[in-house]
Design a binder for this molecule. Structure first.
Ligand code: HEC
Length: 140
């Protein structure tokens, strides 16, 4: 009897572990569409490299990046993100140095260093997943 109970316990434990694992895999697929992804991965990159010119009171090029509305309104050339399509998003293109050489120029502007490819990929992943920001989910 004791052996049977231990056996059942082992099976129950295995089921719990297996369902826990599948939940983790499911969450990983959508990680970039969670507001935490912006807060923990994307926002620090923009804060370090862009905020002094596009955050708070700063609107260089007409662009303020503090809110999603600001990104969708964009700057002198219109929206700088196309949610779902980083390759069409001016913000990503300028960070990759894929845009024009001037007007608008690569970002951050020379002589500032290009952001690392790994960090640009995080920003691109976030745009591809819908460019979700924490304030968006707070709304009803
Ligand atoms: C030193 C100040 C400075 C920093 C830092 C900076 N920018 Fe800019 N940004 C500008 C200026 C000035 C313009 C306008 C340039 C122009 O029109 O040629 C601009 C324009 C832009 C535009 C185009 C807006 C439009 O509609 O034409 C985008 C997108 C942009 N910046 C994104 C970024 C990103 C992303 C970062 C950080 C990786 C960044 N910028 C960092 C000064 C800065």
């Amino acid at each position: 009897m004791r052996g049977l109970l231990i056996g059942l316990g082992v099976i129950a434990g295995a089921v719990v572990l297996a369902s826990g694992a599948s939940r983790t895999v499911g969450a990983a697929v959508d990680e970039a569409s969670q507001p935490e992804f912006y807060a923990t991965k994307v926002q620090p990159i923009l804060q370090a490299n862009c905020a002094r010119c596009h955050g708070g009171m700063n609107h260089r090029g007409g662009l303020n990046m503090d809110t999603r509305a600001g990104l969708l309104k964009g700057g002198h050339d219109g929206a700088v993100i196309v949610p779902g399509d980083p390759d069409k998003s001016l913000l990503v293109r300028l960070m990759r140095h894929e845009g024009p050489a001037d007007d608008p120029m690569p970002m951050p502007p020379p002589p500032r260093a290009k952001v690392s490819d790994a960090e640009i990929d995080l920003v691109a992943r976030w745009v591809r997943a819908g460019a979700v920001m924490p304030a968006d989910v707070a709304k009803p």
